[in-house]
Ligand binder design. Structure first.
Ligand SMILES: NC(=O)c1ccc[n+]([C@@H]2O[C@H](COP(=O)([O-])OP(=O)(O)OC[C@H]3O[C@@H](n4cnc5c(N)ncnc54)[C@H](OP(=O)(O)O)[C@@H]3O)[C@@H](O)[C@H]2O)c1
Length: 327
């Protein structure tokens, strides 16, 4: 490796600690209010140096939590591989300052054992993830989605055993309906492995976790909550105010389609823009701050395709309070 490219983390990375960290539910873990997601912008379709610069910027500014999954890429596994390279070349000295999560639950490899929530799949997948990421353990392992067929107890016992074996320090639940989450909480807590955190989508355009009582349940039980896609994949920014720019997520990936840009959404975005400006903020900064202001939220799990976006978004930790204003 070229010595000049050796990464040394900023000495000031914890200068803003008071605003940056929040306790995750009733656990001993502090998480950054804004965390970095590796779903997009960390696959083979993004130049390595670009992804690398985003992670450096994040860690240099106190973002200690990186969120991965077995199937992030493209192709599947690529984001974990990229992270494994970063871990080896840049972050080896900082392992104990990082809080790394990964997940399993979606289709990962062919055949009956590469998907959903069986013990067989979860064990194999986590072993593969650890190898790709050059890690001995992850800080947090999630079941990525609800499996309506596998007995919940099988999935949950696998999570318990993964912790007992030291392959993960904590477990999390992603996108489970409230009834199943309640079963998970009881089962895991009875075995002294309470769920650390719930990962769900909460943003100004999608308030399901609030409407379904998931946020309240997490808050009552001392489970943290981290919101994925807090910017609705970029909709809640100024990205699409004047159409669909080339290079944007809407222009290139299937996960955000042009149908989302309805006249109602466009009108709402104009309203948000005016409101954000009245606060001296950008739409993205305010949209993230709104999520952080909701009861029971530990962190927003933001994506970024550039250092500039992340540097804009990180300002949300210092945003103005909302008071009683309905956004
Ligand atoms: N548990 C689950 O099932 C699940 C599901 C989805 C995501 N996640 C997690 O959540 C993380 C975040 O998801 P997400 O990427 O959808 O989050 P997001 O923060 O809602 O969207 C991020 C995208 O918005 C655009 N953007 C961000 N800041 C911007 C700014 N200041 N100005 C203009 N555009 C901006 C960028 O897209 P472009 O620049 O490319 O347009 C960026 O990649 C994922 O990486 C993953 O870790 C979990």
């Amino acid at each position: 490796m070229n010595l000049k490219s050796q990464y040394i983390a900023s000495e000031n990375r914890y200068a803003d600690s008071e605003a940056m960290y929040a306790r995750c539910g009733r656990s001993g873990v502090m998480l950054p209010r804004i965390s970095l997601g590796f779903w997009q912008n960390f696959g083979y379709d993004t130049p390595y140096e670009k992804s690398r610069a985003i992670t450096h910027y994040a860690f240099d500014n106190g973002i200690t939590h990186f969120d991965l999954a077995n199937n992030y890429g493209p192709p599947y596994g690529a984001a974990e591989e990229l992270f494994g390279r970063l871990m080896k070349e840049d972050f080896a000295a900082y392992r104990d300052e990082l809080f790394i999560s990964t997940k399993a639950g979606y289709d990962m490899w062919p055949g009956p054992y590469g998907n959903w929530g069986s013990r067989k799949y979860l064990f194999a997948s986590l072993d593969q993830s650890l190898k790709r990421m050059n890690l001995d353990y992850v800080d947090l392992f999630y079941i990525h989605r609800y499996d309506p067929i596998t007995p919940l107890e099988e999935t949950l016992q696998a999570l318990v055993d993964i912790v007992r074996m030291g392959k993960a320090l904590y477990v999390g639940i992603s996108r489970w309906p409230l009834d199943a989450l309640k079963v998970a909480y009881d089962y895991l807590s009875a075995r002294d492995v309470p769920p650390l955190i719930y990962q769900g989508r909460l943003n100004l355009l999608d308030r399901e976790p609030q409407e379904q009582g998931i946020l309240d349940f997490c808050h009552d039980k001392g489970i943290g909550f981290i919101s994925f896609s807090p910017l609705a994949q970029g909709l809640l920014t100024d990205r699409y105010l004047n159409g669909i720019p080339s290079g944007s997520r809407m222009s290139r990936s299937g996960s955000l389609t042009a149908e989302r840009l309805t006249p109602e959404v466009m009108q709402y975005l104009q309203k948000l823009k005016a409101f954000a400006e009245s606060r001296g903020e950008t739409i993205s900064e305010m949209a993230l701050a709104w999520v952080l202001a909701q009861k029971g939220i530990t962190s927003v799990l933001a994506g970024a395709s550039s250092v500039e976006q992340l540097s804009m978004n990180i300002k949300c930790i210092h945003s103005m309070p909302f008071g009683d204003i309905d956004v």
